[in-house]
Design a protein around this ligand. Structure first.
Ligand code: GTP
Ligand code: MG
Length: 341
């Protein structure tokens, strides 16, 4: 009956059997609790923004970490000023000339400099001209926030961190995300984002061995740039047909849907893709672009049913919802793989 109560009197065969049981239990535990996910996508697609949102949702930035962002926030303000200076017409007053700081690499937000920037940015002519430019949203954000950013007790907010430029971006960022739902199979996702380009992918992809999950981030807003779009699809093809991803579950996160709609009116899809219908709706344009992913599938996989979600990566609640769906999807595919359901 209660064989275990014999304790120390186990035979060596029984001890070996127990050790094996224990090893199997541990193995099952570690296999069941950790899923590796690679975050992939073309340059500027939104990988860093996604990783930062995951931090905000699952492991909020500490005060110390927010402090560490401060120098990058200041250089993001300078980046915003430079971007505006390039885009504003020559007849508008140049902020870099006003500050006399064009060659400077860093920006010291003294009271005098902050007032100059704030007053310049508040001018009706600058506001009016800027509203007609296609500015990076981070440019508007940092200039609108110049007063709180310059304050002595400033601590970067989540949105400041989401918009913050760090150049060059870190070579590798990793993050563990717990599954919060009450399921028996409760892994956490170990997300890895590597600084990547089409040229470097052959070097680093094999380091991860056979990848089991990958999220590919696709920025709809790059549709008007032929070179950017080509890079995205080449990268996708390279990843999708790699032997290292042949067993991988791939998920597509499609971002920037709101700006895509307004950009389409300025840059119709058929100006980049002559085979696209003229004047198609944003939803049809998105579907057209997504079909390009399927067309680049030369991997010989039997079906093309990639789970995909469209979300603005600046929308924390939206990202929370798609991550929950992605985790559900992941559990389903895991059940199919493990149990053949
Ligand atoms: N509004 C908005 N901006 C976004 C979104 N995704 C990315 N961005 C902005 O696009 C720019 C590039 O995003 P990143 O997250 O740095 O892109 P990345 O893929 O990490 O780029 P690299 O590291 O250069 O390869 C940043 O200025 C982001 O703030 C989005 O969904 N909405
Ligand atoms: Mg990045």
């Amino acid at each position: 009956m209660k064989k275990r109560s014999r304790g120390k009197n186990l035979s060596s065969a029984e001890k070996a059997s127990q050790a094996i049981d224990e090893a199997l239990r541990e193995n099952r535990k570690s296999r069941g609790t950790r899923e590796e996910v690679l975050i992939l996508g073309a340059p500027g697609s939104g990988k860093t923004t996604l990783m930062r949102q995951l931090r905000i949702i699952y492991d909020p930035y500490t005060e110390r970490e927010r402090e560490d962002f401060k120098p990058y926030i200041r250089s993001s303000v300078l980046h915003a000023l430079r971007q505006l200076d390039l885009l504003l017409p020559a007849e508008t007053p140049s902020i870099l000339k006003i500050l006399d700081s064009s060659p400077t690499e860093t920006l010291v937000l003294t009271e005098a400099i902050t007032t100059l920037i704030h007053d310049w940015w508040s001018r009706p002519d600058i506001q009016n001209t800027s509203s007609h430019l296609s500015l990076d949203p981070s440019t508007m954000h940092f200039l609108d926030r110049i007063l709180p950013i310059a304050a002595e007790d400033y601590l970067p907010s989540d949105t400041d961190i989401l918009f913050c430029h760090i150049d060059p971006s870190p070579a590798l960022v990793q993050l563990d995300i717990p599954f919060s739902e009450e399921t028996r199979y409760r892994p956490f996702l170990h997300c890895t984002c590597v600084r990547q380009s089409l040229r470097s992918i052959h070097q680093w992809l094999p380091i991860f061995g056979e990848i089991s999950h990958a999220i590919f981030v696709f920025n709809l807003n790059h549709h008007d740039d032929v070179e950017d779009t080509r890079k995205t699809f080449d990268l996708w093809e390279c990843i999708y047909s790699s032997r290292f991803t042949r067993f991988a579950h791939i998920y597509l996160i499609v971002n920037r849907p709101s700006t895509f709609a307004s950009k389409l009116t300025r840059h119709p899809l058929n100006s980049t893709y002559p085979d696209a219908e003229p004047d198609i709706s944003p939803a049809a344009a998105e579907a057209f672009l997504l079909r390009r992913f399927a067309e680049r599938d030369y991997s010989g996989r039997s079906s093309w049913g990639i789970p995909r979600w469209t979300v603005d990566l600046m929308d924390t609640e939206g990202v929370r919802v798609i991550m929950r769906n992605l985790m559900d999807e992941l559990v389903q595919t895991r059940l199919v793989t493990v149990c053949g359901l």
